[in-house]
Ligand binder design. Structure first.
Ligand SMILES: [Fe+2]
Length: 490
């Protein structure tokens, strides 16, 4: 394995750091590597896997001003590029404005999500509640031939070369970008190349939705007025519509009036906005459903008069206070505390009624479908299972939502994986004619691997395991970009 060290961030964290989300599988990585050909340690890489798996991770380099939350860490993207039965690798920090300023200062300048915005030392800042650092660490997609990273509390969209991972800069459309920033979970429709996005904040109308075409031109932007600040995390699209949301878990209004940010569950329904892809305020149809909070949707589609949405319903968005004090501030991270179940909502565009049904009892989340069926009905959801009490994925599950059966892959103790990328095989005709790609963090062996699995049977274990140059930190979202989506590929 020919390994090059590309760079190393200035870090000021203590060597004996024992913060639960800065140690073990969340130990941040500060070196950037390039490997021309990764060693295959088991199995063989298929010849028909062509494209790039990208994963975003949080890697703090400085102690927080007061209190650290794992989503405050600086974004670092990992890329494994597959071609002709071989794989190359790179990892690079996203050179955000905040990262560069804190590298220069040698300390944290902005508040994290668990800190009052008032502690921020630097002026300005980002985020739906203000004065945060835009770490661009939450999500990554490929749109218009470039990797696009984003931040869950809204910020810039940073564009990276999807192969070298060089940061190309923050997105602007003819020099314009929404004042409130854009949330993580921009959605790219592989069929049209369009990217849908939303952004939210503390000022009326509180939510906006937009569309960027395949050439990265802003072609639509509209307010989606809400009664007050809400905290949407994800959205969904069908062939004809997009679906936005306003769940009853959002800032406690009394505390917010005093400049404090604390989540509260309000006595009101979940609300979903269904509107045509290029629809405006007058086109919005609001649907009500049982109270919950949803971090992630798997897919949505049209079915007769209905728009069907699938995602992970939380039974306890505000987890019960029966966990140890030092882990309590991380209570919104563990799948078993939030009790996340695969769930469907059906919005009848004629009657205005909502029907909903639970699909599974098992706690799973971070479900991905084959991109060939994005916006259309699917059969398979490839999701993650969670280590109890932690934001760590201890295995994968394929939900066959047509047959009602599940297939599992349990990882060895102390090994955690990432959200999968679903890579259709060359000439695929069936939805499960695909590979799944994930990266692992193995604490006991102090190493990381890239696993390639057959989507048709993940329980058989990986068809190939590749060794990465260094153990990576756990993180959040990932994306598969086929070679056809990468202009520089050939
Ligand atoms: Fe997310």
């Amino acid at each position: 394995m020919d390994v090059d060290l590309l760079g190393r961030a200035l870090r000021t964290l203590p060597d004996d750091d024992d913060h639960p989300y800065r140690s073990g599988p969340w130990r941040p990585q500060h070196e950037e590597w390039s490997v021309d050909v990764l060693d295959v340690v088991e199995g063989a890489l298929p010849d028909d896997l062509e494209g790039v798996y990208l994963r975003n991770t949080e890697n703090p380099v400085h102690l927080p001003i007061e209190r650290y939350h794992p989503f405050d860490g600086d974004g670092m993207v990992h890329a494994v590029a597959f071609r002709d039965g071989r794989a190359s690798y790179r990892n690079r920090f996203v050179r955000t404005q905040g990262f560069e300023a804190e590298q220069e200062a040698g300390r944290s300048l902005w508040a994290g999500i668990s800190e009052s915005p008032k502690v921020a030392e630097a002026p300005g800042g980002w985020g739906a509640r203000g004065r945060m650092k835009d770490a661009s660490s939450t999500d990554v997609v490929v749109h218009a031939g470039q990797a696009v990273t984003s931040f869950w509390q809204c910020g810039d969209l940073y564009r990276l070369d999807p192969l070298t991972l060089d940061t190309l800069g923050a997105t602007g459309w003819d020099g314009w970008f929404p004042d409130t920033g854009v949330s993580a979970h921009t959605k790219v429709d592989p069929a049209t190349g369009e990217m849908f996005f939303f952004g939210y904040g503390l000022e009326a109308p509180y939510l906006h939705y937009g569309v960027v075409d395949a050439e990265d031109r802003l072609v639509h932007h509209t307010p989606v007025p809400l009664p007050g600040p809400r905290l949407p995390h994800d959205m969904a699209f069908t062939t004809d519509h997009v679906i936005l949301n306003a769940f009853p878990m959002y800032w406690d209004e009394d505390l917010l009036a005093r400049g404090r940010f604390a989540l509260a569950m309000h006595d009101e329904p979940s609300r979903f906005a269904v509107l045509p892809r290029r629809g405006g305020v007058d086109d919005i149809r609001w649907f009500e459903a049982d109270p919950t909070y949803v971090l992630h949707f798997t897919n949505a589609w049209e079915e007769g008069d209905e728009v069907v949405l699938e995602g992970f319903h939380q039974d306890t968005p505000m987890p019960r206070p029966d966990v140890s004090d030092d882990m309590w501030m991380f209570r919104y991270l563990a799948l078993d505390w939030m009790e996340t179940h695969l769930h469907r909502w059906r919005f009848d565009l004629v009657t205005g009624e909502t029907k909903e049904e639970r699909l599974r009892d098992e706690f799973t989340e971070f479900g991905i479908v084959n991109p060939a069926v994005a916006g259309r009905s699917h059969r398979y959801v490839h999701a993650a299972t969670g280590k109890p009490g932690w934001f760590l994925f201890d295995g994968l599950v394929t939900h066959d939502v047509a047959a009602g059966t599940d297939t599992h892959l349990r990882l060895p103790d102390g090994v955690y994986c990432s959200e999968v990328g679903v890579a259709p095989k060359a000439g695929a005709t069936d939805e499960d004619d695909a590979y799944l790609v994930t990266l692992t963090t193995d604490v006991a062996q102090d190493r990381s691997e890239c696993l390639v699995l057959d989507a048709a049977d993940i329980s058989a274990g990986p068809v190939a395991r590749l060794r990465l140059p260094q153990r990576i930190s756990s993180g959040t979202h990932a994306h598969w970009a086929p070679a056809s989506a990468l202009p520089g590929w050939s």
